[in-house]
Design a protein around this ligand. Sequence first.
Ligand code: SAM
Length: 300
Amino acid sequence: MFSYRHGFHAGNHADVLKHTALIAVLKHLTAKPTALTVVDTHAGAGLYRLDSDFAGTSGEAQDGVLRLAASPLATDPALSPLVRDYLDLVASFNPKGGLKVYPGSPFVIQSLLRHEARDRLRLFEMHPTDSKALAGHVAQMEAGRQVAVQRADGFESLRALLPPPSRRALVLIDPSYEIKSDYAKVAACIQESLKRFVTGTYFVWYPVIPRPEAHELPRRLKTIANHAARPWLHATLSIGQSEAKAPVGEPAKGHGLTASGVFVVNPPHTLKAGLQLALPQLLEALGRGRGKGQALESAG
Ligand code: SAM
């Protein structure tokens, strides 16, 4: 526990997929004037420097947001609205140009919330260092009562928040899966949350890795959503294996996670069409070798 630090992975291909879809969901949910409650059960540190020792060591943003932003697609008028929104949001954290700062989910979400509608954001992060960093970043933002940070278990804490007073909610569940039990916890959390608040939008990220629990998770989530008679959407992006060999004496970079997925219960009805345009473009910009691909399925 606690060996995972999102700073090593910030802005990688998995963040690109997750945050692109997250922005699309939030833009839809905040188009209605009524208040929205957002819960981020596994928030991370909130803001990351892409030129830090962390990010520099792993080089993962290089194969993610940095590659996307530098690709010819980024300036192509045919760029999909979802990818445009993602790149614009990341760029807004870098007003001097370049991409040095990367917003994690807390700041992706917060930048889309509305004060006048009384939207609320609840953030949970267990890591001692990252929860401190998150609290500091949020304090700097002077968001007042809109954002609350707690060093607490996100799975456990979610229970008390559903149903929210606003009766409209988005829940992001984005664990590090460093312990195998996280997969079962995600499935149980969705099942229980749907019982408490069936109309909430639940957004899960998971790694596509050769591990039975990871393989099973989207299947279990489909079964849970189908039993609750709720619509769902499932999208995956695989950038494939890197063909590049690391220079002699240097650690291999980018040989870690090559694919990930997002599973959304009660997705906005616009999300599928948006991702249908966005996913092939993300693949074109980020795909790099054997095993690359994207997939999108939905029901309801
Ligand atoms: N959602 C973030 C984003 O998109 O920027 C990334 C989150 S990272 C994948 C997962 C985080 O969950 C890690 O920072 C880890 O310390 C934290 N964590 C692990 N178990 C947790 C738990 N039970 N409750 C809350 N946070 C937890």
